[in-house]
Design a protein around this ligand. Structure first.
Ligand code: SAM
Length: 346
């Protein structure tokens, strides 16, 4: 992808001085905040982190009141959707209470979570009762042995029970995320797609993205969405595009004939969707990450801990958002190296 030129200059943007909404220099309106609640995880997926990863000490991570303050700052600037992620968000202490408090923040209209599902059997109902709207559950294989190999420790049965609990708790739509990794699970996409024939779920196939210390490994494992689609169509018949694509949704949606659910394809590497990007990310150590695949960040936690008032935090967030880069530069072999995917949250 070629680097875009900003449409505005800082001088044009009165918003930076009097922030009401978050815009970047390309004119994109940023109203979706993904918040990582922890960099720690109960799995060690091969494409996500090295096996011997060391998690950050708790003192470096945002405390509950700090998470809430920074989301309040975002909401005061027009953030209306929050997704909780990690690491694994469900292993954060007080996650249910945090959900309740985030839901009560004026302006937050949608609160979602991305999780590996391992703890959802016990947590889906309390989370739903606390105000969570929806969950995406990561599941890369339907074969218990392969699932263990990809996650380096997970039990597939736990995830299945988590999916059932999610449905029972009324957290809809159920979206299942599958990162397609060559040589690990690319031979399973048909079976995963088949789930949508009998379940009203959206199964989303994600191209593996290169990051940090595992970037070279990942670039060798990318399976283009076009290849995944062809494989599914060859086995299950034509995929019909679902009309009414929302430009902010990274997934292109399709349906198999007679299916209850949908298929989504997220082609971050082969067909990036930066034009419609409305996202900012808050890492567990309180940095505003401006693009998933670029290292540009703004530290908000240090000023917060140093006593910055609400207006100062608004200004810092708005100025940082303005600097959001257009998108990734994978084609130039520029990889984001400062963090692993697990330290950003996807
Ligand atoms: N632990 C949670 C989970 O498993 O969903 C949330 C964090 S995880 C980093 C968020 C999403 O990023 C998951 O769907 C995961 O499969 C995906 N992911 C991790 N590493 C990736 C990579 N290198 N490329 C593409 N997706 C990745």
């Amino acid at each position: 992808m070629t680097e875009r030129r900003p449409r505005t200059s800082v001088a044009d943007i009165a918003l930076v001085e009097q922030p009401l909404a978050l815009h970047d220099s390309f004119g994109r309106h940023l109203h979706y905040l993904r918040v990582s609640l922890t960099d720690a995880c109960n799995l060690r997926c091969v494409y996500c982190m090295p096996e011997d990863i060391r998690f950050r000490p708790p003192a470096e991570l945002m405390q509950d009141h700090e998470v809430l303050t920074l989301i309040r700052v975002g909401a005061s600037l027009g953030v209306d959707k929050v997704r909780l992620t990690g690491g694994e968000p469900t292993i954060r202490r007080n996650v249910v209470e945090l959900v309740r408090e985030i839901r009560a923040i004026p302006g937050i209209q949608r609160l979602a979570m991305t999780t590996n599902g391992i703890r959802l059997e016990e947590l889906a109902r309390p989370l739903a009762e606390a105000g969570l709207d929806q969950v995406n559950i990561s599941i890369d294989s339907l074969d218990p042995e392969k699932f263990r190999r990809i996650t380096r420790r997970g039990e597939l049965a736990d995830v299945w029970r988590g999916i059932e609990a999610t449905e029972a708790a009324g957290l809809r739509p159920v979206k299942l995320n599958c990162v397609v990794t060559r040589g690990f699970n690319d031979d399973e996409v048909v079976e995963l797609a088949r789930l949508t024939l009998t379940h009203p779920w959206e199964v989303r196939f994600i191209e593996v993205m290169p990051f940090g210390s595992v970037a070279d490994f990942q670039m060798g494992q990318v399976v283009p969405s076009a290849e995944t689609r062809e494989r599914i169509e060859a086995a299950l018949g034509p995929l019909m595009p679902v009309p009414g694509h929302n430009g902010h949704d990274p997934a292109r949606s399709y349906q198999l004939s007679g299916a209850q659910g949908r298929l989504g394809f997220i082609s971050s590497v082969t067909a990036p969707f930066c034009e419609g990007c409305s996202r900012l990310r808050l890492t567990a150590d309180g940095r505003l990450r401006l693009c998933l695949l670029r290292d540009d960040e703004a530290d908000l936690l240090t000023p917060l801990r140093a006593g910055a008032d609400f207006a100062t935090l608004q200004r810092l967030m708005a100025e940082a958002a303005y600097r959001k880069p257009w998108g990734h530069r994978l084609e130039a072999h520029e990889f984001a190296m400062s963090r692993e995917m697990s330290q950003i949250g996807g």
